[in-house]
Design a protein around this ligand. Structure first.
Ligand code: SF4
Ligand code: SF4
Length: 372
């Protein structure tokens, strides 16, 4: 049975030690888990930088506590993510969301280079074959995976497994493009994007969100640059009329997330990766989208574990008991306390991520929750 440490977001005493910052510090120190990092070892603190319009990321004050805990262990931390838009712009996004060297107390770098092409092919499972793991994540000996928990239109639930898989892999491989990159998980089959002229309203939202300018409309004609496309699926996700489709299959997608996580973890020695799940500002969509909604579930707190399967199971169990929030998509869908809000808002079989990760030997769904 794996241990999952937990601290609530409630603050009921006027005492720094009982603040979330204070309890996060105590949880990191008291767990003993930081002791597994060696002196002067480089440790990646892997998070998601968000987007220009999606500010609900793990806050810099929390990242700073993680960085400080790694440093106190004697190791050398840095904060990182893989590119979601071209790298220089993505570093500006990180800075805009408050994540920079000054705020987090460590260098903030991109794991797959400014062009997102620095990666190494790693053997993955039956679905993916091999996948382009960001070279920095491939090479670094240790990592803390800091995940902002939220819903996701394709994954249903986005936590540590998705952060490892989508976040540990580059958008594209230098030679093989999206077919060995993140797009391989998003897309099922060889045709990355299909457009239906009959239902398109020419609203241009797809064009606005494309990180590669791979879709455009000229004189009401659809121009698609397949060579540039990362198959990230953003255009299809924002299309209000269903005119754009990225062919995908839920079972394949959920299992491929577990496969990619296993590929990323295969580049580390056992025990060198820790996980922190932040159940805060739980919005319905991914942090990479061009805007974010109000949170749909009440803040629950922070979990810490060295078992990715256990922490994901514990997080989902807790979210299933969390109260839906008014003035959010949860109230739009008339969710009541006790409802499985994640499944109602984005009906996907997200438990498959966890089950397949367990089947691949990444951890156990059996856990003990230890409250700090
Ligand atoms: S988002 Fe959809 S409806 Fe809008 S222009 Fe693009 S394809 Fe057409
Ligand atoms: S899937 Fe859509 S948004 Fe993503 S790169 Fe391709 S065209 Fe652009």
């Amino acid at each position: 049975m794996s241990t999952v440490y937990y601290t609530t977001m409630r603050g009921t005493r006027w005492d720094y030690r009982e603040s979330v910052n204070g309890r996060l510090e105590r949880m990191l120190a008291g767990s003993g888990l930081m002791g597994r990092y060696a002196k002067d070892e480089w440790v990646a603190v892997k998070t998601h930088f968000g987007s220009d319009g999606a500010h609900r990321v793990v806050r810099p004050n929390f990242l700073k506590r993680v960085v400080d805990a790694v440093r106190m262990s004697g190791a050398k931390p840095f904060v990182t993510d893989t590119v979601r838009i071209m790298g220089l712009d993505y570093l500006e996004v990180a800075n805009g969301n408050g994540i920079n060297h000054l705020s987090v107390g460590a260098p903030v770098v991109l794991a797959d280079g400014l062009y997102g092409k620095d990666n190494i092919l790693v053997k993955a499972g039956e679905i993916l074959g091999e996948i382009a793991v960001a070279s920095l994540i491939h090479d670094v000996p240790a990592m803390v995976v800091v995940s902002h928990i939220k819903g996701h239109i394709q994954a249903g639930y986005a936590g540590a497994i998705k952060n490892l898989a989508m976040g540990g892999v580059s958008s594209a491989h230098r030679e093989h493009g999206w077919k060995k990159g993140r797009g391989k998980m998003h897309c099922y089959g060889e045709v990355p994007l299909q457009w239906d002229a009959e239902v398109c309203t020419f609203c241009a939202q797809c064009e606005n969100v494309c990180p590669k300018e791979a879709v455009a409309f000229k004189d009401e004609k659809f121009a698609y640059n397949e060579k540039e496309c990362w198959a990230c699926g953003r255009c299809a996700r924002v299309c209000p009329s269903g005119a754009l489709v990225l062919p995908a299959d839920d079972t394949t997608f959920q299992k491929s997330l577990a496969e990619a996580s296993a590929a990323v973890l295969s580049t580390f020695k056992p025990g060198k990766v820790l996980y922190l799940n932040f159940m805060t500002e739980i919005q319905p969509e991914c942090d990479c989208m061009p805007s974010c909604d109000t949170p749909m579930l009440q803040d629950q707190g922070i979990m810490l574990s060295d078992d990715v399967v256990a922490i994901e199971k514990a997080t989902i169990d807790m979210l299933r008991k969390a109260s839906p929030l008014p003035q959010s998509v949860a109230s739009d869908r008339e969710c009541a306390p006790g409802d499985d809000v994640l499944s109602i808002v984005n009906p996907r079989n997200f438990m498959l991520q966890v089950e397949h990760a367990e089947a691949l030997g990444l951890g156990s769904q059996e856990y003990e929750l230890v409250e700090v």
